[in-house]
Design a protein around this ligand. Structure first.
Ligand code: A3P
Length: 296
């Protein structure tokens, strides 16, 4: 399938040193000026760390596990993506936010230092989801193949150094996970791990519930865990991004709900690539001790 001429892979332009797609960089002043409501919730992630999964859990918690209510619209319509400006049909985050009443579940991939300061001034709740670097990289590689607005991923072996050098959209994974980690206590950020969610989704759904000061029954929690299983979210047209047409997300190249597993990097990294990655990882992560799992 050929991409239509109106869709293009956007170049990256640095904003305070962070490479962002041109349509984000060109609208930076209005994004930075965004003022959330104190009741708004921010879900922040490096791309492909489990954003959509967390958005669905939160929406279900806010609707007491009502599956039908959470099928009222696709994920990006229910939960606006702060810094996105078109391309159609994904609404521009800021325009979209104007049409919604708080409390809103806002998604962002911005690194900590680029999150509009209103979120901190208004003491908004913020959930951060981190995923181990190698699985995150693999997932991002497939995403860059199928999302025809993202920069060309190029071949796999060249993608690994790009990730290591922070040359992808939204910048360095290392700085991203560290930025939120260092601020998590001061800013009351709920810092979650994809691997924990896979290991014991119920425990993590309960953590999110408590963080949001909600209380739902055990039965509702069980239902939410079931509704947000990888299989169910892959089949659910409201969560599987089938709302985005093929000239933008070409799911014949790679489905948005691709694999949903921990450790898939082992099917992609050669032993040499893994060794090179690990050596660099130790250097880049030496100043923090974030408990990532399934990396070696
Ligand atoms: P894979 O490419 O490894 O399959 P994001 O929502 O941040 O873009 O992240 C997408 C990644 O999360 C994809 O990873 C996707 O399959 C996975 N994912 C989405 N929903 C999931 C779920 N309910 N359970 C487990 N993984 C899920």
């Amino acid at each position: 399938k050929k991409a239509s001429t109106s869709i293009s892979r956007f170049p990256l332009i640095p904003v305070r040193g962070i490479p962002l797609m041109s349509f984000i960089a060109n609208n930076w002043d209005s994004i930075w000026a965004f003022r959330p409501d104190p009741s708004d919730l921010l879900i922040a992630t490096y791309p492909k760390a489990g954003t959509t999964w967390t958005q669905e859990i939160v929406d279900l918690l806010l609707h007491n596990g009502d599956a039908e209510a959470c099928k009222r619209a696709p994920t990006p319509v229910r939960s606006p993506f702060l810094e996105i400006f078109s391309p159609p049909p994904i609404p521009s985050g800021l325009d979209h936010l104007k049409t919604m009443d708080p409390p809103r579940i806002i998604k962002t991939h911005l690194p900590f230092q680029l999150v509009p300061t209103g979120f901190w001034e208004n003491k908004c709740k913020v959930i951060y989801v981190a995923r181990n670097a190698k699985d995150n990289l693999v997932s991002y590689f497939y995403f860059d193949c199928m999302n025809l607005t993202q920069p060309e991923p190029g071949p796999w072996e060249g993608y690994i150094p790009k990730f290591m050098k922070g040359e992808l959209s939204w910048g360095s994974w290392y700085d991203h996970v560290k930025g939120y980690w260092m601020e998590r206590e001061k800013k009351n950020i709920l810092y979650l791990f994809y691997e924990d969610m896979k290991e014991n989704p119920r425990r993590e759904v309960e953590r999110i519930m408590k963080y949001l000061d909600l209380s739902v029954s055990d039965e509702v929690i069980s239902r939410i865990v079931e509704l947000t299983s990888f299989k169910n979210m892959k089949e659910n047209p409201m969560t599987n991004y089938s709302c985005v047409p093929a000239p933008v997300f070409d799911q014949s190249i790679s489905p948005f709900m691709r694999k949903g597993e921990v450790g898939d990097w082992r099917n992609h990294f050669t032993p040499e690539q893994s060794k090179m990655f690990d050596e660099d990882y130790k250097k880049q992560m030496k100043d923090v001790n974030i408990p990532f799992r399934d990396l070696i």
